[in-house]
Design a binder for this molecule. Structure first.
Ligand code: FAD
Length: 304
């Protein structure tokens, strides 16, 4: 058939999407995964904190996951960007409820899963972008241990970075680089001092070497690694275009879902970073597992 109606179209074929696909495949459901291959952690060469895969290249984890899921013959893969989606009223009794467009081509499905992830908005500091995921990180649990208790710099983006600065001393002696982002009040300075954090107010000129901070007064502070709390946005505007409800998180909004990962639009599910404020590979896989079961239940008993 030229235009088959899939049980589920999954947009985003990384950890969250593939985990959902596995559940659906094991229920022998027909799934189309559409993915453009821009995982959030593609800048890092090692992934940590995901049981059984600690220290493995995140690209290898994703490739192994894809290979295992593609063993199921009801799963189809399309390497492409989903440009738009829409809810449709079935006119031919076929049972399709959603259409997804890729490069002018239409794909039909009964249910939709958004596992599209998020995009980090990096601070504009010379030398930061090329060190992202290599010497500059956002998650201490993912990359703090490997710094081997060396000196750590926390680059402030806003007052929210206080949280980061107060956590990082558990991974190494910490300097809080305020960089004009905000001015800590007396209480905040006291809590930083209590955690042994050094406060540096001189503006940052650039990051050089491995993770050396060149300050505006020409001093250079060498670090084993740097952390910064990045705001994020949706990788894809599809959720906004569908009119789904969002919930505000501290550094960005995520798609609102219920306990089984169904969004405010019946039949549309969301999982992984796009639908949770705290992010990790393990959490995306767990969410995907729930979403897969939720989608299956919706296909069996739900109405759209
Ligand atoms: C530098 C860095 C290092 C990290 N290190 C770790 C770590 O060590 N351990 C850990 O647990 N977590 C780590 N993370 C977090 C981890 O990357 C995310 O939690 C995880 O990738 C979320 O998985 P996901 O499936 O929700 O989204 P993603 O992995 O981001 O995948 C989303 C997928 O959807 C695709 N997509 C988006 N829009 C479309 C569209 N319109 N059409 C088609 N495809 C689309 C993307 O191309 C991508 O392939 C790190 C993050 C960063 C930034």
């Amino acid at each position: 058939m030229d235009n088959p109606i899939h049980d589920v179209i999954i947009i985003g074929g990384s950890y969250g999407g593939l985990s959902a696909a596995l559940q659906l495949a094991r229920a022998r459901r027909d799934v189309l995964i559409i993915d453009e291959g821009k995982r959030r952690n593609r800048f890092a060469s090692h992934s940590h904190g995901f049981l059984t895969q600690d220290g493995v290249d995140p690209a290898v984890i994703a490739a192994d996951a894809r290979a295992q899921v593609m063993e199921y013959r009801t799963v189809n893969w399309l390497s492409a960007r989903a440009d738009s989606t829409a809810r449709i009223e079935p006119t031919d009794g076929s049972g399709a409820n959603f259409e997804v467009m890729t490069n002018g081509r239409k794909h039909l499905a009964r249910r939709l899963l958004l596992a599209t992830g998020v995009k980090d908005i990096l601070p504009r500091i010379t030398g930061l972008e090329e060190r992202w995921g290599k010497a500059v990180f956002h998650c201490p649990y993912c990359h703090g241990y490997e710094l081997d208790q060396g000196r750590i710099g926390v680059i402030a983006g806003s007052e929210l970075s206080m949280h980061h600065a107060l956590m990082l001393p558990d991974w190494g002696p910490t300097t809080f680089l305020i960089n004009g982002a905000f001015e800590p009040d007396a209480e905040q300075l006291e809590s930083l001092a209590a955690r042994g954090v050094t406060v540096e107010r001189c503006p940052i000129e650039a990051i050089t070497g491995h993770a050396d901070i060149l300050l505006a007064d020409r001093r250079t502070l060498p670090f084993a690694g740097l952390f910064t709390l990045t705001p994020f946005e949706m990788s894809s505007p599809i959720a906004q275009e569908l009119g789904l409800d969002f919930e505000e998180g501290p550094v960005g909004s995520v798609i609102r879902t219920d306990a089984m990962k169904e969004t405010s639009m019946p039949g549309v599910f969301a999982c992984g970073d796009a639908a949770r404020p705290m992010a990790s590979v393990a959490l995306a896989v767990g969410d995907g597992n729930l979403a897969g079961a939720g989608l299956h239940r919706s296909l069996m008993f739900g109405t759209v």
